[in-house]
Design a protein around this ligand. Structure first.
Ligand code: MIC
Ligand code: SF4
Length: 754
């Protein structure tokens, strides 16, 4: 039975009229993205031709999803909003805090002990405020959402950048910081800059070794980690409809890696099949009733350049399997080139571990195709050269693949099955020997491969590929093995080839599960108590941030001028630090410890201008805070790419950083900074980045008439006594300026209930 069916019925009942009104107002056919956005305008506002990449628009998302590592902060904020219950259906999923070590059941027991306090907190807050709770072991948020909550034409937000996964089921699903989720749960509108639209036409058909993952690996190579910024990507064409729903989910999931706001596909038979297979025939029937509104108008796909800002065409019949990496998901190498590229770059080619699963690639289809390769190991008398691990996406998938004998086949190749959780994908991997920091290669079917992400070792070269290719590379133990052309030498000394993978889109015997791990909230949670121990080192109630002092800012010190790539993993590392996600002061001790200081090329070593000595970034910032001095962080392009974790914005805020000045921002991080009352600024002239010196102090002028579209001035006071001014831009609208003035958006909600 589907959850929240009434909600879906009411969305579908209103959609035809809303789509018609939007079409009439714009006077042209509509893309699917526009249909969904226009039918979710806040307060049923009248549709109008919003300017793409310019106008901020208020929306009313249908639902909210949160995972444990971000839910803690989101719910600590929500608790201060003074609301008795969430205003829209919301769920919490416990998936990020389970360390992968020995195997699913032991690892889960350890996590249940280690994180008991956090799980109890999340369970009781969920119970109190009417939030559905998915226990540890139930699965990874995005897989559970796809199986249970996503619906074609819906709009949701989630406190995780890969919320976009639900685009595989025709949603507009967007990753946000916890403060945004808090607004929506409190019954307030959610604002987003009206997006640009990128259309990707998929022609031909996937075949042989090529998988849906290769589509997004290719797109990442074309668009890079920032090419999708400010855009929604809509896929269409015969190649799209021929692909499974979960394959579409994979493509949308990894759309986060090109910086896209989200990605989506029009409703089709594959989605209908998936809805029926996952016990939601009622939604499929409803969707069939308004089918034409759940995809773009036909004129759009017939003539896409007239409707999209950018159109890309990919012929799936010719697409090659790809291997992306190391250290960034957009460094795309087709498998036929991997030998020469690896040699030219000196990448270690021996594959130590192959890891499949994660929220990106853990569908029944993915696992069944990987299994078709694992089977060949015994059949062809091969030996798997690398270690191999599997993290199923949900208990439903795990239970079904066990029933169907897949886990047994993986077991025969020595595979380890980890808990249905993020595990190695987020650094929750107790990998033996990682502390030795040896140069080594791993291949995985996850979505991100930033330095240190999986095992904390900066010398681990992580490559991303489809689960099929990961399995083949693990069997070969060689990154440069091209299964399309190369042979392997088996135990009899014979050269054998692997047959291309085959699999089932959906289980022929249907999905099955004994305990999916869901806990419904109390009908009336008013008497539920939520306790936070004041001595806890895992949880800390939030104190409001101070409001703006009403004047320009003077005498800020440079905390760090970051060199090159600075993802949220660099700003607020995950892995061992995940345990402090509910304790702002403790987690602040990881502030920017992964970022490279341009002046000495080192991580976590910056000059304390008060003493002239060098120290760790958090320690130096705490020294400035103790002295009552504000500071500035300077960064490069696409600063804050990757995760939605608002800790990357709350930590600098908590420790007294006043502004972050960069060449460009990733969307979610920029919004998170604004929400927390920080100044998120960009260089008007990017070459001014070069002018920032290690001993500079700064003044930010123009704040007393801070206004949308009006630049501010940054004065650089150099150590030799000279000074110069540069122009800095911002993208704050009126409302966001109010957040800045109040010291953070939450202070405004709090005031409204006081
Ligand atoms: C990630 O993949 O980096 C995470 C961990 O899922 C994050 C969320 C987080 O930092 O908690 C994300 O993608 O938003
Ligand atoms: Fe979890 Fe990795 Fe997916 Fe993030 S990308 S939700 S860490 S599995």
């Amino acid at each position: 039975m589907a959850f929240d069916l009434d909600l879906i019925k009411s969305v579908y009942a209103a959609m035809p009229a809303k789509v018609a009104a939007a079409r009439q107002s714009l006077g042209r056919p509509l893309t699917l993205t526009e249909k969904i956005l226009f039918s979710h305008l806040w307060d049923n506002a009248q549709p109008q031709a919003f300017a793409r990449a310019q106008d901020y628009v208020d929306f009313a998302p249908d639902r909210v999803a949160m995972q444990d590592a971000t839910a803690q902060m989101a719910l600590l904020q929500f608790m201060q909003a003074g609301r008795p219950k969430v205003a829209v259906p919301s769920t919490v999923h416990c998936d990020h805090l389970i360390t992968a070590k020995t195997g699913a059941s032991e690892d889960l027991t350890v996590a249940n002990n280690e994180s008991k306090e956090v799980y109890d907190f999340l369970a009781s807050v969920s119970n109190k405020y009417g939030i559905g709770f998915w226990k540890p072991g139930a699965g990874i948020i995005h897989q559970v959402v796809l199986e249970n909550y996503a619906f074609p034409g819906g709009m949701m937000i989630g406190t995780d950048s890969h919320t976009v996964n639900a685009g595989g089921l025709g949603m507009i699903a967007i990753g946000v910081g916890g403060a945004d989720a808090c607004d929506v749960m409190a019954g307030l509108p959610w604002e987003l800059k009206w997006p640009k639209l990128i259309g990707i036409k998929l022609t031909g058909k996937l075949n042989g070794w090529t998988a849906p993952k290769d589509v997004i690996l290719k797109v990442a190579g074309l668009l890079t980690v920032k090419g999708g910024t400010g855009a929604i990507v809509e896929y269409f064409g015969e190649g799209a409809t021929a692909m499974s729903c979960t394959g579409k989910g994979t493509i949308c999931n990894m759309g986060a890696e090109i910086g896209a706001t989200t990605s989506t596909f029009g409703y089709d038979d594959s989605m209908e099949r998936y809805l029926r297979a996952t016990g939601r025939a009622d939604i499929a029937d409803l969707a069939n009733g308004i089918r034409e509104h759940l995809t773009a108008d036909s004129e759009v796909y017939a003539n896409p350049t007239a409707y999209f800002d950018e159109v890309i065409e990919i012929n799936l019949s010719e697409l090659e399997p790809h291997v992306n990496g190391p250290f960034t998901p957009d460094l795309a190498t087709p498998i036929s080139k991997i030998k020469e590229v690896a040699a030219a770059n000196g990448w270690p080619t021996k594959v130590e571990v192959g890891l499949i699963g994660s929220c990106t690639n853990s569908s029944y289809e993915d696992i069944s195709r990987a299994v078709s390769l694992a089977k060949q190991v015994a059949a062809k008398n091969l030996k798997t050269k690398a270690e191999f691990t599997i993290t199923p996406g949900s208990e439903q998938v795990r239970y079904t693949i066990q029933r169907d004998g897949f886990l047994e086949i993986f077991d025969q190749i020595g595979a380890k099955v980890f808990a249905n959780a993020c595990g190695p994908c987020i650094g929750m991997w107790d990998r033996m020997g990682a502390e030795k920091q040896e140069k080594n290669t791993i291949v995985h079917s996850f979505n991100r491969n930033f330095a240190k992400r999986a095992d904390g070792n900066p010398n681990t070269y992580a490559f991303v590929a489809s689960p099929e290719l990961v399995t083949a590379l693990a069997i070969a133990g060689d990154l440069t093995f091209n299964p399309i052309t190369d042979t392997l030498i088996n135990e009899n000394g014979e050269a054998v080839k692997l047959d291309p993978p085959t699999g089932d889109e959906l289980p022929t015997k249907g999905f099955a599960v004994e305990d999916p791990g869901y806990q419904a909230p109390a009908a009336d949670g008013s008497s539920v108590q939520v306790a936070v121990d004041p001595n806890s080192n895992r949880l800390q109630l939030l104190d409001p941030f101070a409001a703006w002092e009403g004047s320009d800012l003077h005498g800020l010190k440079l905390l760090i001028k970051v060199k090159g790539k600075c993802t949220t993993d660099h700003i607020s590392m995950a892995g061992p630090w995940l345990k402090f996600r509910g304790h702002l002061d403790n987690i602040s001790n990881n502030l920017l410890i992964g970022a490279i200081n341009i002046f000495n090329d080192k991580a976590n070593e910056v000059k304390n201008q008060l003493t002239g000595e060098f120290g760790a970034v958090p320690a130096v910032q705490r020294a400035y805070k103790a002295a009552g001095i504000g500071s500035l962080v300077v960064g490069d392009e696409n600063y804050g790419e990757g995760s939605s974790r608002e800790h990357a914005a709350m930590e600098p805020r908590h420790l007294g950083v006043r502004a972050v000045l960069v060449k460009s921002f990733a969307r979610i991080h920029e919004t998170n900074l604004k929400k927390q009352g920080m100044l998120a600024l960009t260089f008007a002239d990017k070459s001014d980045y070069e002018k920032i010196q290690e001993n500079d102090s700064f003044d930010i002028l123009g704040l007393t008439d801070f206004a949308p579209g009006k630049s501010l001035t940054l004065v650089l006071n150099h150590a030799d006594g000279s000074s110069e001014s540069i122009v800095v831009n911002h993208s704050y609208n009126e409302q966001q300026i109010e957040w800045f003035k109040a010291g953070g958006a939450l202070n405004i909600i709090r005031k409204s209930v006081a």
